[in-house]
Design a protein around this ligand. Structure first.
Ligand code: S3P
Length: 426
């Protein structure tokens, strides 16, 4: 489906954003592991979260939609049932990597498959530590899906120093460690999003500048309540839009402002963005607040290396802000972007080149400057929800608008994107 956008004149109003995707996946997984009834409020409504639900439903977990909530009747420790068919994780890397940490501890064989994009994404990063714990996993020769997991293996705890900043790898090892009597330690040199350890209430220690996460069976989740805050990564698309549109003011209600996720706010503020957080709340170990945005003029800044894991999903929309902001945009140390739903370095560069900008692509990033020459570009989403929404926003900021192909990929994280835009466009 092709989607056209006209230039927007003014943004005004209030947005409610659906539940955070990362926290939603974890709420579904932890309540499926627990025995008995849990309730999740404000669960994310994207396809990725649905993939996690359908995988656990195939293993005997009961999901009952309630009034603005989802009731989950979880199976309890090692009580999942063998699925009748391979578990299909759709487009979702988080589903695959976290689910694998659970499956290696079950008493049945299992298999995970995914769509074309997911089938090209790297899985060795989880296979390596889980194998060190005693798991038996086989993957395609280049370490991709489908992966097959042998059940009934005797696993043991490990001390694992993460070779890359990845919350998915960290969580996969933690989920496996949750099934073991003795303590597994995950050592993180560069911090990635910390929802897993927060939501499970894990013990954290620090040594030589690294964070150490301690997990064992005593942290296995019990049934409970999860209140999911709005998704900051979904809200992120509206931030440059409100800031860069004249005479605009936007209030985004109840979004996650977890420290490990707010790099996008920090950078946009340093670029000159008028953003304030108010009405701060604490729920399910997480923190949320309302974001108030007012029109601002932005200037590109140097993006520090240490903040990259914190903005990993927001780099495409940050680049879009960089197109309208003054000065040269440059981002490096972000090679991880090549292994996302698309190769986001080449996808962003391809689309920026369509505008006639001077773009240089590096293995670990890109930079660009120059003036926009093409006033009605037709962008390619590469089937990637975040590329689709980023270039949708850019189209709204261009004098003649723009078009994006394969736009329905937005359903992966935010099926309401167009509806939300309509409520705030003036
Ligand atoms: C996620 C972690 C990040 C992020 C992804 C969601 C999570 O991936 O890009 O969208 O929920 O743990 P990595 O941990 O692989 O960087």
């Amino acid at each position: 489906m092709e989607q056209s956008f006209n230039k927007i004149n003014r943004i005004k109003g209030t947005l409610n954003i659906p539940g955070d995707k990362s926290i939603s996946h974890r709420s579904v997984i932890f309540s499926s592991l627990a025995e008995g009834k849990s309730v999740i409020y404000n669960l994310g409504n994207g396809e990725d979260v649905k993939s996690t639900i359908s995988c656990f439903a195939a293993m005997g977990v009961e999901f009952i939609p309630g009034n603005a909530s989802l009731i989950v009747n979880g199976c309890g420790y090692k009580k999942f049932i063998k699925p009748l068919a391979p578990l299909f994780a759709g487009n979702s890397g988080t589903t695959t990597r976290l689910l694998t940490g659970v499956l290696v501890n079950q008493n049945f064989d299992s298999e995970i498959t995914g769509d074309e994009s997911l089938s090209n994404r790297p899985m060795k990063r989880i296979i390596t530590p889980l194998t060190q714990m005693g798991a038996k996993i086989s993957a395609a020769s280049n370490g991709t899906l489908p992966i097959k997991i042998s059940g009934s293996q005797k696993l043991h705890p490990i001390d694992y120093e993460l070779p890359l900043a990845s919350a998915q790898v960290k969580s996969s090892v933690i989920l496996s460690g949750l099934h073991l009597e003795d303590e597994t330690k995950v050592i993180e040199k560069t911090e990635s999003r910390d929802h897993t350890e927060r939501m499970l209430g894990l013990k954290i220690s620090n040594k030589d500048g690294s964070k150490i996460i301690h997990v064992s069976k005593k942290n296995y989740p019990s049934a409970g309540e999860y209140i999911v805050p709005g998704d900051i990564s979904t809200a992120a698309f509206f931030l440059p839009l409100a800031l860069l549109t004249h005479n605009s003011e936007l209030l985004i209600k109840n979004v996650s402002i977890n420290e490990t996720r707010i790099g996008i706010i920090t950078i946009l503020k340093s670029m000159g963005g008028n953003i304030t957080a108010e009405n701060i709340k604490h729920n399910s170990g997480e923190i949320s607040g309302d974001l108030l945005l007012k029109s601002s003029s932005l200037k590109n800044i140097e993006i520090p290396r240490h903040i990259i894991p914190n903005i990993i999903d927001e780099i495409p929309i940050l680049a879009v802000a960089g197109v309208i902001a003054d000065g040269k945009f440059s981002i490096r140390n972000a090679k991880e972007l090549r292994g996302k739903e698309s190769d986001r370095i080449s996808a962003v560069c391809y689309n920026l080149k369509l505008l006639g900008l001077n773009v240089t692509e590096f293995e670990d990033g890109f930079e660009f400057d120059g003036v926009i020459k093409n006033q009605y570009p037709v962008f390619d989403s590469f089937g990637d929800h975040r590329i689709a929404m980023s270039f949708g926003i850019l189209s709204l900021l261009l004098s003649n608008g723009g078009k994006i192909n394969n736009f329905n990929s937005v359903n992966i994280s935010n099926p309401d994107f167009i509806k939300q835009l309509k409520t705030i466009s003036r």
